[in-house]
Design a binder for this molecule. Structure first.
Ligand SMILES: [Fe+2]
Length: 182
């Protein structure tokens, strides 16, 4: 995905997805993000595991901190700027994720990031200005899994340092996460 997305100028991508129309339609959310699925005109009866989406994030709002299971994704800022933090996934249980910080940097148009099954699996974007990302989400990596994919929202303020650089972070509900971090 990185190779493919880096071969297309952002302006061409924006033309290709009819960015202006989509952005006008979804606006910005008061908390968190607003999103639009992007229709590339594929057969609608086909099961798609590659989901292209547009994310709109207003100033100070965020793509809340979360980890993933059974999916990977790539995120290309089209306009705007974010503070991006990422973490490797070390382990997961019913109540928490243990993670290791890997990325903490400012990103803007063209700064692609991605999540792997373990590497950089947790991400958190805070918009510095009204911003948009083009995302490709790939679900169902393990087609024997019960869930096509899972998302684990994290309460980063309650993170407990483990002393070796790892953090143990409690999982929280979407509504609590949006209230605190959205
Ligand atoms: Fe994500």
């Amino acid at each position: 995905m990185e190779e493919l997305l880096s071969s297309v100028p952002e302006t061409d991508l924006m033309d290709g997805i009819d960015f202006e129309r989509l952005a006008a339609r979804i606006g910005f959310a008061d908390r968190g993000v607003s999103t639009a699925q992007i229709d590339f005109g594929f057969d609608e009866h086909r099961t798609m595991h590659f989901l292209p989406k547009l994310f709109a994030v207003d100033t100070g709002r965020s793509i809340i901190p979360h980890g993933h299971s059974n999916m990977v994704s790539a995120h290309l800022p089209l306009t705007g700027a974010f503070r991006l933090r990422q973490y490797d996934l070390v382990s997961r249980d019913e109540r928490s994720l243990t993670i290791q910080p890997t990325v903490d940097r400012m990103i803007q148009s063209g700064d692609l990031s991605s999540i792997g099954e373990d590497d950089d699996n947790v991400h958190w974007f805070i918009a510095e200005e009204p911003s948009y990302t083009f995302d490709v989400i790939v679900t169902g990596l393990d087609d024997t899994a019960v869930q096509t994919y899972e998302i684990f929202n994290l309460d980063m303020e309650a993170a407990e340092p483990k002393g070796n650089g790892w953090l143990n972070v409690p999982r929280i509900s979407v509504s609590d996460a949006l209230r605190k971090y959205g």
